[in-house]
Design a binder for this molecule. Structure first.
Ligand code: NAI
Length: 398
């Protein structure tokens, strides 16, 4: 089936889904708000996981629609000709939760769960019992990587070790760099046209690694590789809405730079809706957003880093990519990509427009304050060093 046919099929699925909502209605305890998870990414669309409890702004995905209508739009959607998505590292903390969220996405017809841990096959069987439209298969070990990747439209990579207290993301480089290199080689060999979304840290270095591998293989397309920084946006939106008493569904804070410590730069001055912050609020929020990942690492006290919020963020990013591929216009998300927006920074996170071929346009930073400019100046050398480390890792390999 061609991409155009896929787009038509998906558009039909969406119309069926919304008409069901209209005729059957939703649970009286839920409201289907017009923009929440994907706010800032897609405007004015009803989303599959956009039904939140009206009783608590903090509740996330609500499954109550099923009990009210017996068959929710999510379950009822047909995805026979939707997209094939692979999760590499699917047995892990992020991988399992992310796979569950992807299983609920009606745009996906085929979900491939890959891991080096044998439990991945059981995770796939478990997930396959959910009565949503997609099929799920588990693949374990390098000899099954090709099967997992064959025909993929989107590959999401959360494989690798997470941080423990006291570690920086860069401390993960020695293990995760090789993992991302090898998995990206698999993508180059088996599905070179897929969009690749990299979660494995240090993202600032793993994305350059993936791009260098693709370059070596002659399959590099800068529109197809991105680092997932969505969690920084999710956190910023949540922290700002809580601080300011705003509806979180309406808040959008762009976050630029990279995805580690001071390389994370929230542009609070560009918060939507326009919001004013005192000097102290700006300073506190900026530092909290930069250290939010460490907040989770410390709270888990040796049990890993963010998994659930990360899975939620990656599901949002994945949906944005698929909506772009399906031909939807007006799909934007911040992500860490090959970029020429900032001089001497070959990789940088800014808002990107997603389209039929992946990243259609990398947007400029826009107007920033003197305070934000200070952080931008500070982050550049650190980000550049992490980019260079990733590039050298592949270039120096025998
Ligand atoms: P985890 O340890 O729970 O899961 C990692 C999974 O990767 C395991 O199932 C493991 O078997 C698998 N794996 C290891 N090597 C593999 C290989 N060569 N091929 C396939 N699978 C392989 O870790 P968790 O918490 O899921 O975190 C995964 C990564 O995501 C870490 O690098 C972490 O730092 C990163 N992360 C990124 C965030 C972001 O915002 N981009 C946020 C949070 C975590």
């Amino acid at each position: 089936m061609t991409m155009t046919q896929k787009a038509i099929k998906i558009a039909t699925t969406k119309i069926i889904g919304s008409s069901q909502r209209g005729t059957r209605g939703v649970d009286t305890t839920t409201t289907a708000r017009s923009s929440s998870l994907m706010r800032g990414a897609i405007k004015g669309q009803q989303r599959w996981y956009d039904q939140r409890s009206s009783s608590s702004r903090k509740s996330s995905v609500s499954f109550k629609t099923r009990s009210a209508s017996r068959r929710s739009p999510v379950v009822h959607a047909t995805a026979d000709d939707g997209y094939k998505v692979a999760v590499l590292g699917a047995a892990g903390g992020i991988g399992q939760s992310l796979s569950l969220l992807l299983k609920m996405n009606p745009m996906i017809s085929d979900l491939a769960l890959y891991d080096v841990g044998a439990i991945v096959k059981g995770v796939a069987v478990d997930l396959s019992h959910c009565n949503t439209a997609s099929t799920v298969n588990g693949y374990c070990g390098n000899e099954e990587l090709g099967q997992a990747l064959k025909g993929c439209d989107l590959v999401i990579i959360p494989a690798g070790v997470p941080r423990k207290p006291g570690m920086t993301r860069d401390d993960l480089f020695s293990i995760n760099a090789g993992i991302v290199r090898d998995l990206t080689q698999g993508v180059a060999d088996h599905c070179p046209n897929a969009v690749v979304a990299i979660i494995s840290n240090p993202v600032n270095s793993t994305v350059p690694i993936a791009c260098e591998v693709m370059k070596k293989s002659g399959t590099f397309d800068k529109r197809k590789i991105l680092g997932v920084t969505t969690l920084d946006i999710v956190r910023s939106d949540e922290f700002v809405s809580t601080l300011k008493g705003l509806d979180v569904n309406d808040v959008d804070v762009p976050v630029i730079g990279g995805h580690a410590g001071i390389t994370i730069l929230p542009l609070l001055s560009q918060t939507f809706p326009q919001t004013s912050f005192s000097k102290k609020e700006t300073e506190d929020l900026t530092v909290r957003i930069q250290n939010a990942g460490t907040e989770v690492v410390e709270a888990k006290a040796g049990g890993g880093s963010a998994t659930l919020s990360m899975a939620y963020a990656a599901a949002r990013m994945g949906e944005a990519i698929l909506r772009g591929l399906s031909g939807e216009s007006d799909v934007y998300e911040c992500s860490y990509v090959s970029s020429d927006i900032v001089p001497d920074m070959p990789y940088f996170a800014t808002k990107c427009k997603f389209g039929k071929d992946g990243i259609e346009e990398v947007m400029p930073i826009g107007d920033i304050t003197a305070y934000e400019q200070e952080w931008l100046d500070k982050l550049k050398p650190e980000l550049k060093a992490q980019i260079d480390k990733g590039i050298a890792f592949v270039a120096d390999a025998p």
